[in-house]
Design a protein around this ligand. Sequence first.
Ligand SMILES: [Zn+2]
Length: 457
Amino acid sequence: MNKQALRADLLDFTARPQWGTPTPDGVRFRPDHWLLVDERGRIVGAQPEQPGSDWLLQDHRGRLLMPGFIDTHVHAPQLDVIGSFGAGLLDWLATYTFPAELRQADPAVARATAETFLDALLAHGTTCAVVFPTVHAHSAQALFEGAQARGMRLITGKVMMDRECPPGLRDDAAGSVRDSEALIQRWHGQGRNSYAVTVRFAVTSTPEQLAGAGELCRRHGGPGGIYMQTHVAESQDEVALVARMFPEARSYLDVYHRNGLLHERAVLAHGIWLDTQDRALLRDTGAHIAHSPTSNLFLGSGLFDWEAARTAGHGVSMATDVGGGTSLSMTRTLAEAYKVQALRGVKLNAFAALHAATAGAAQALRLDGEIGSLEPGRLADVVVWDWAQGPVARHRDAVAQGRLPGTTPQSLHTRLFAWTQLADERNVVASLVAGQARFRRSAAPGSALQEGGLGSC
Ligand SMILES: [Zn+2]
């Protein structure tokens, strides 16, 4: 690969932006700059001047370039059921999710699913994800192989689930630990793959399986160690069910804590129905919540209390939770996050939201030395976006820039906030992974977008 320079409006974050009223603190916006990427795909700097002829120049002037989004909770096999009618969490699983996941018993289906899913992530401007496959070891294997072929940073692991599910999706405590261990040996640290011990949720694991999952975390913990992903306190029915099934636990979250599953590489989706003690426990263990607003609204699960999370001081990242979530687009996810907070009387500013989906997520995953910003030394996992697509967004952006009669340029926050509300996957021009274009929109906007996937660079 040649060393390359990308010209665009560069946006990233050097510190956590302020909550509430937006201020420029921590926001690094470098309009019309060149981002310099070396032959190994690492960012080496940025400058306003065009670099010399020894650089491969990519001119995206008038477009936005940001670190690729990080989706910290999403289910690959649930592309089958995205947008399915009429269920809350527990009947959603039985009615839609489990039948879809049974289809993945066929390794060829799992491979095809992984390919479609990973290409779709890239087409939506997401370059790193924490992913649920299914109980089948080959479904995790397929994702690892697909991510390695694309050079992507991916975190996944076979689902552990030994009760309260159809027989075809059920493993057993000993077998699930054995299969997980084999996948850890094969894939953790291979390329940019990381393993996550993957407990679906407390309901679908026996106490023996939870203990085994905790033992895996202990055995492979520490710096550079494995992750843990699961769900917690998504709906009130679920919380009540867990309380009945685990009467000895103080809370739903405590079920995981007692089994050694909470640590600094633990990612827990939702966390809507938590109390003050739970939030302190998240902070003290370094575990964090993957906030999934489109899913929470779609399934009617509840409104995430981000203010309480901030007060407690635990991490919050952003997640689509497809298929409960209704889009792989992180901008759509941020737009819904704004609405969830609005219903709580809180105004989520665009800087805080975008930080949570980039640098904030990288920090929560302990990957901030590698991704999430445009700092020299980071891998160039970056996405080039149109500021506007379609007549309404173009009009709105022209107003923000003061380009229409009677308008004056508005603040960066005003322009960006409108972008987070109006942009989606149609705005993605190119997604680069370690400097290599892995998705590139075809020339005619609005036409069939995909020419992405392998070899499109
Ligand atoms: Zn989920």
